[in-house]
Design a protein around this ligand. Structure first.
Ligand code: HEC
Length: 191
């Protein structure tokens, strides 16, 4: 940097390939905005990351999705008839899968083992079925049982909504082929 004969007095000048650049002060409004941005970023970091006060956009999104799922699940669990379409939609709804999983842990793991990989009861994570592959088949099996084959009927004990939620969870397991599962029983499910 040097004083240049062509520059206004007191101005530093850079010269590159014959082009003169003055060392201008940044405008005050620009600097103010710049420092405000920095302090905003600092405040944001402390609020969201250091003290974990607010919800980050991703968390907010997850909450909205969960709320939407829960609402859809509540409607489907209470809806008129348990059709294949309805049960299939439920099996893709995280809220009802979660509810079904809880029910499964309480009522079903004694025979179907953790995660449905099978023990006395068949493996529910392979692609083979004893009593039909349609969502309504699974639903009817859970609701009415096969008492002669040691599968209890859950309709009365759990009630309609919970039977549907358990069905949703069981359907969500099919084809997941959990490691160490019991050998396949029944027929290959085409879906
Ligand atoms: C007392 C043991 C026992 C309990 C508890 C039990 N099951 Fe079963 N489950 C069985 C047996 C055994 C079978 C196979 C019946 C057969 O051989 O026909 C079966 C079959 C099934 C099937 C049909 C699988 C297929 O291949 O078609 C589903 C679905 C099922 N159970 C879900 C459940 C759910 C959900 C629960 C809990 C709400 C549950 N079971 C609790 C023993 C049990």
């Amino acid at each position: 940097m040097k004083e240049h004969p062509d520059a206004p007095p007191g101005q530093n000048v850079h010269e590159y390939d014959g082009i003169l650049e003055y060392d201008n002060m940044l405008p005050r409004w620009w600097l103010t905005t710049f420092f405000l941005c920095i302090s905003f970023a600092g405040g944001y970091w402390i609020y969201y990351h250091t003290f974990d006060k607010g919800l980050l956009p991703s968390e907010e999104y997850a909450e909205v999705v969960a709320e939407r799922d829960a609402k859809a699940a509540a409607e489907m669990l209470a809806a008129g008839e348990a059709t294949d379409e309805l049960l299939l939609a439920l099996s893709k709804n995280q809220a009802s899968i979660n509810q079904g999983k809880e029910l499964f842990v309480t009522n079903c793991v004694t025979c179907h083992a953790e995660g449905g990989k099978g023990a006395t009861g068949p493996n529910l994570t392979d692609n083979f079925v004893l009593h039909g592959a349609k969502p309504t088949d699974t639903y009817n099996t859970i609701k009415n049982g096969f008492l002669a084959k040691q599968m209890p009927a859950w309709g009365k004990q759990l009630g309609e909504g919970k039977v549907r939620a358990a069905t949703a969870y069981v359907l969500s397991l099919r084809g997941s082929n959990v490691a160490g599962g019991k050998e396949p029983q029944g027929e290959a499910a085409s879906q």
